[in-house]
Write a protein that binds this ligand. Sequence first.
Ligand SMILES: Nc1ccn([C@@H]2O[C@H](COP(=O)(O)OP(=O)(O)OP(=O)(O)O)[C@@H](O)[C@H]2O)c(=O)n1
Ligand SMILES: C[C@](O)(CO)[C@H](O)COP(=O)(O)O
Length: 234
Amino acid sequence: MSVVALVPAAGRGVRLGLGRPKALVPVNGQSLLLRAVRGLLAAGCVQHVVVAAPPDQVDVVAAELAEVPDAHVVPGGAERTDSVRLALDSVERVAPDARVVLVHDAARAFTPASVVQDVVRAVEQGAPAVVPVLPVSDTVKKVDEAGNVVATVDRAELRAVQTPQGFTLDVLREAYAAADGVATDDAGLVERIGGTVHTVAGHPHALKITTAFDLAIAESVLAVDIPQDAGERA
Ligand SMILES: Nc1ccn([C@@H]2O[C@H](COP(=O)(O)OP(=O)(O)OP(=O)(O)O)[C@@H](O)[C@H]2O)c(=O)n1
Ligand SMILES: C[C@](O)(CO)[C@H](O)COP(=O)(O)O
């Protein structure tokens, strides 16, 4: 039985604003996608990777991953959920012995190996769905359409959710089969079918590179040779 990781990498990177898919943006000479895929395989518990590429850039992405024999590339879709679904559809062909599946954003290219290992371990120990989380450090307020504060939310009950998210293959397939529309994360689809989603500690280095500021952080801090688990975990 093996572990397969699905890597949605078909986004356009609009908020980053570099005019190219974010996954192909290099940090210190290595693309976010290559870093994310190498990071998954280096964790030692993932055997197969399926990357969802922008449909018009499948060849470019395949060339980017040419040196990674365990990575397969499929065309992605219009929304992240569509891209994950298309990658999931290929698992039977690419990794027929897989029983555990991770879904990991290419944009979280600096995720430490320990987070990948903790998520896989939790699924293998019996959790049907697992997400890495961090506590929320800001005060969080709910606002109305006019921008006025309606309530202050108790942040002790809140967590910011990262990837990789881990699932038994059966549960993720069931969640996607039942999915009506998109979700901002894959565990959300498991919640919709009444599944229990377990949490493990995330890591600040697993941030999602979304804006130019995030990229600057990666270029100045994360891409240097730091111990994988340096920094605070939840
Ligand atoms: N249709 C899409 C949209 C997003 N993603 C992937 O989902 C992850 C998280 O998405 P996000 O950070 O929002 O990336 P983008 O969609 O590229 O960002 P933007 O909204 O700024 O264009 C990224 O690895 C992205 O490539 C995807 O595979 N398919
Ligand atoms: C899946 C995710 O990374 C969990 O935090 C996040 O929801 C992706 O969000 P985006 O809407 O694709 O930026």
